[in-house]
Write a protein that binds this ligand. Structure first.
Ligand code: ADP
Length: 758
């Protein structure tokens, strides 16, 4: 394929050479098959163990083991995939090629080499499914494998993490890191060190979700939200007092608005050193809540509470909250009881999580399109594994229309026309609202579509599995990580012949996504394993992506009566707009990446110190060095181990509190740097300087505070009672993901309408 040749050339041909090498190693593995078939189970396992560093031998043994253990004989392409994974690449394999088995073979290879492996999935349902499905392979080899499910308690998690291969959803993995990172005894922790991560849906996890912060919060009297500021903000006038940018991502206070707020609050200047990181942030947060967060789109109000809607996936997650101030601001806006803040104890992005492993690899159907990001952010290379059967899917050119209404109407007619033949249709939409609008429109026309915006991954997988049955229409938002592949004729392939005859699965996109990669994920659902199938996208020239990405380009075209535009320049315009949008997103990504990198580096330094405090008597040595008299006194009253334990608890408490405050400061800092930097060149440099000096203070202050506590708190034979001293750990903690961090302040694309109609 021309596209791939271009790709290899761009990368100096290394990938191409690797691919050739993989093919030849797999061919050598294939030649060993007859010989291995003769071995007893025990001899086969011994041979695998003895030859774990010899690629052809290892792959040949793993193929035979898979065949005997689960009755699946890996195809050559799956062995190639496993080999590339073992070498640390991101492997591109199309949907339905059997990435699960490739990943498991690589996992077994790593585990045979003595590495503990974390096999990372996009949700708990898949973690459990994969562990059960692939488990016999590991057990056959004398290895252990288990999964962690979101419903598992600490004890179950601890047991699972002791296995050689651990299947776990990425957010659960992150939450366990966060909780372990605040343990005050080694016994409390659940994880065991692991050097290898194998990441399924690698582009989705490592690129799309990489900057999503996972948050550990603890109950504590949070900062009182400001009813007064909410009231004042409610009185501001759009256009005069504040403006909203075209992308609806940012809202800006004007000078008029700022003066008005200052007058109403009775303060001199919002931009004073004193106000800039407190009052100004609160005003902005309240404005953001008022203008940018829409009830029933971004959140719903249920049982007197605000529940977030993840607009791209349509899931409502109970434990999700916005960063504290914003959650409170939305609650205030809705006139609800403002929930008791709580404080953020620690955060972790998936980028930082993945950075903890020495060896990372992954697989996805759409790796090549994210090649730049994999290389730039993770130093990972992409390897393409050709499909087992050549892909014969018919990808039609886009059908382009002047307006969204025209494109939508045309897409609906197409669904109806295809459906009339009983051919199964999968319709891709970009968000929940779009999927519901489409399903409703289809219902009015007598078509009962299955809509995938479930809150239940297991039920969702079952719906997908049936999406290839004759006469089905399935409407979905983003396809990444949606469980199973779509077999023609239904999950049991009962009506396969009929559907093959009809042309296989028909994929219809009602709009192009912001990246070609997401388009590719949708297309890839048709044409699995050499099946027939087709895909087509309906695109509107007034679509946000096309308008923003195409800003500055003149395009003069004449639509036909139904709004359709058959003009090659329009198609080129759409492609270009998508490339511009991708480039903009990449640069936003790169900036956010830098912010997070610094925070991650700081946390790593802190982790080293925390580990030493936790596992040695360092705290005692430091504190008794600072306060020798108090140390002597304590030792005269309690046994040494009690004294050492008390010092440890005190030191950890102050370190953890210091970090929690530091994170809060960094958030405020980032916000205020952004506000102040509108005129300056580089907010990130300013952020770096301030963050580094704050971090230096953090370490020193934590020791000072610990020394102060050591001097004053009561230490008895039972140790130290920090609760009684008002320094207790939070009585409860909870974790959540910030899906769309409105405070991240990403630059948005502001453009003017590019397309002109005559
Ligand atoms: P992917 O994640 O690449 O889309 P899966 O791992 O879900 O694909 O596998 C797709 C389907 O192909 C599964 O139903 C699986 O049972 C089947 N499959 C995979 N590998 C083999 C094999 N070597 N032999 C037979 N069936 C296989």
């Amino acid at each position: 394929m021309a596209g791939m040749n271009w790709f290899w050339k761009a990368l100096g041909g290394k990938e191409g050479r690797d691919q050739k090498r993989s093919v030849s190693l797999v061919a050598r593995a294939a030649a060993l098959e007859p010989e291995l078939k003769e071995l007893s189970d025990a001899d086969l396992v011994a041979r695998a163990r003895d030859n774990r560093d010899d690629a052809p031998e290892l792959l040949a043994c793993l193929r035979e083991v898979a065949d005997r253990a689960i009755g699946m004989r890996p195809f050559d392409v799956q062995l190639q995939g496993a080999l590339r994974l073992l070498e640390g690449d991101v492997v591109q394999m199309a949907t339905g090629e059997g990435k699960t088995l490739s990943g498991a073979l690589a996992g077994a290879g790593f585990a045979l080499r003595g590495e503990r492996v974390h096999s990372v999935t996009v949700n708990s349902y898949l973690a459990r499914r994969d562990a059960e499905w692939m488990g016999p392979i590991f057990r056959f080899l004398g290895l252990t494998a288990a999964s962690v499910h979101e419903s598992d308690d600490a004890e179950a998690r601890r047991a699972a993490y002791a296995s050689d291969v651990v299947f776990i959803a990425v957010n659960e993995l992150g939450f366990d890191v966060l909780r372990d990172r605040c343990a005050v005894s080694v016994a409390e922790r659940v994880q065991q060190p692991a050097r290898v991560a194998i990441i399924d849906e690698a582009d989705s996890v490592l690129v799309d979700e990489a900057l999503v912060p996972l948050v550990l919060a603890g109950s504590a009297p949070g900062e009182a939200p400001t009813g007064r500021i909410t009231d004042i903000v409610r009185r501001l006038v759009k256009g005069d007092d504040f403006t909203v940018d075209a992308g609806r991502r940012n809202v800006f206070l004007t000078d008029t608005g700022a003066s008005r707020v200052e007058r109403l609050l009775g303060i001199d200047s919002l931009y004073d050193e004193d106000n800039v990181s407190t009052t100004l942030v609160q005003v902005n947060v309240a404005l953001h809540a008022r203008e940018l967060l829409r009830r029933d789109v971004d959140y719903i109000v249920r049982d007197g509470k605000v529940a977030l809607v993840d607009s791209s996936r349509g899931r409502i997650a109970d434990l999700q909250r916005w960063p504290d101030g914003l959650q409170a601001a939305v609650e205030a806006k809705e006139g609800l009881a403002v929930s008791g803040g709580g404080r953020v104890l620690d955060t972790l992005t998936i980028q930082q999580l993945v950075g903890r492993y020495d060896i990372t690899c992954g697989m996805t159907g759409t790796a090549v399109a994210a090649g730049d990001q994999f290389r730039e952010f993770y130093g990972m290379r992409v390897s393409v594994v050709e499909p087992n059967e050549p892909c014969i899917r018919d990808d039609e050119p886009d059908r382009i229309y002047a307006t969204g209404d025209d494109a939508f109407a045309a897409a609906v007619e197409e669904v109806i026309a295809v459906h009339a033949t009983r051919r199964p249709v999968l319709v891709g939409t970009r968000d929940v609202a779009e999927s519901e609008r489409l399903a409703e429109t289809l219902a009015e026309r007598g078509i009962d579509a299955a809509v995938l915006n479930a809150k239940n991954d297991e039920a969702e997988a079952a719906v997908i599995a049936e999406a290839g049955a004759p006469g089905r229409v399935t409407v979905s938002t983003q396809m990444a990580g949606r469980g199973t592949d779509i077999r023609l004729g239904g999950a049991d392939e009962e009506h396969r012949d009929e559907v093959v005859e009809l042309g296989g699965l028909c994929v219809i996109g009602v709009a192009r996504h912001r990246t070609g990669r997401l388009d590719g994920q949708l297309r890839g659902r048709a044409g699995r394993q050499g099946d027939p199938g087709s895909s087509v996208f309906f695109v509107a020239l007034d679509d946000d992506m096309v308008v923003e990405g195409g800003a500055g380009e003149e395009l003069t075209v004449t639509p036909e009566a139904d709004g359709r535009i058959r003009d090659a320049r329009a198609a080129a315009h759409v492609d270009r707009a998508q490339r511009v949008t991708e480039a903009t997103m990449l640069s936003i990504h790169a900036t956010t990446w830098k912010y997070n990198k610094l925070i991650g580096d700081q946390r790593a330094i802190l982790d080293d110190r925390r580990e030493r405090l936790l596992t040695t008597d360092l705290a005692w040595r430091e504190l008794s060095g600072r306060e020798p008299e108090r140390a002597e006194e304590v030792l005269s009253e309690v046994p040494e181990d009690v004294a050492v334990g008390a010092a440890r608890e005190i030191a950890l408490h102050h370190l953890d509190m210091g970090w929690s405050e530091h994170l809060g400061d960094l958030d405020d800092l980032r916000e205020s740097v952004h506000l102040r930097a509108l005129a300056k060149e580089s907010p990130i440099d300013e952020f770096h300087r301030a963050a580094i000096s704050a971090f230096k203070n953090l370490a020193a202050e934590a020791v000072d505070e610990a020394a102060k506590s050591f001097r004053t708190v009561a230490i008895t034979a039972d140790g130290v009672d920090l609760d009684a001293e008002g320094m207790g750990r939070p009585s409860s903690t909870w974790t959540y993901m910030v899906n769309d961090n409105p405070l991240s302040g990403g630059d948005s694309v502001v453009g003017s309408v590019a397309a002109m109609f005559r």
